[in-house]
Design a protein around this ligand. Sequence first.
Ligand SMILES: C[S@@+](CC[C@H](N)C(=O)[O-])C[C@H]1O[C@@H](n2cnc3c(N)ncnc32)[C@H](O)[C@@H]1O
Length: 271
Amino acid sequence: MTTLLPRLHLFEFHDQAWCPAPLREALTDCVNAAWSFTGFWRNAVPHIEDLLDRTGERTILDLCSGSGGPVPRIVHAVAQQMPELRAELSDRFPKPGSLDALGPELRARVRYREQPVDALAVPAELAGLRTVFGAFHHFRPAQAVAMLRSASGSARALAVFEFQRRAMLRSLVPPMGLVGLSPLLAHWTAPRRWWRPVLTAIPVIPAMWAWDSFATIMRTYTPAELVELAEQARAPGYRWEVREARSDGPERITCLAGFPDPRGGVELIEY
Ligand SMILES: C[S@@+](CC[C@H](N)C(=O)[O-])C[C@H]1O[C@@H](n2cnc3c(N)ncnc32)[C@H](O)[C@@H]1O
């Protein structure tokens, strides 16, 4: 996909240290809601299964997890064939309470690390397939390359997923356009908070969500840019694949997959 929009590294409210915790939570709840009600999370499942198969990993280490994101759903889906599967969620601003609503079976598989984890400095003792959902655009190119090098340097597989693309008009068309309704849909998908209806009605949360969504679109990497980043992180015995589902419909997903492989190299795969 080509775009005429230059990448602009705009700020997002929920990324700021000064953003009040309830607002940060409200905004990451919206991202979470977007994954759930669009069903985009399902498009990540084959890539996750592929990387677990290739590497033999049975643990997912999710970075930048926000309000949980799609990992609990993915674990639920994949664990049908892979009962040993476990996941650990993490974030610079952890929200362990976001897993409170999970049933006991899933709670036994998925935990949220209470200590902050910086995705740019992952502690060596944290093992597993690294995943980053809806957050790779938060990193400037040099930081993004550092994150890729950290994965290849420690021989860990990494899967980065984004569902949005840097395309303004196409972002307004359903199902992508429905993401704008996330502040309303979060009432059903996120833990109940007294402040949510109030801040939605004023409408603080929808205004911040609108800005963060715009900033997200403007700083999303295109598949060609992901290839460039992967080229910079190229390492012998480690392979990068930019896997782009061309669909604008419900099947949409962009995946940057990295995994130890004697072939090495960088490839763009459109399907
Ligand atoms: C758009 S949210 C995505 C949340 C979740 N992965 C999802 O898809 O619903 C981005 C998350 O990245 C986190 N984040 C940003 N920079 C980070 C960093 N350097 N290390 C860890 N987390 C970071 C933010 O705190 C935020 O929770």
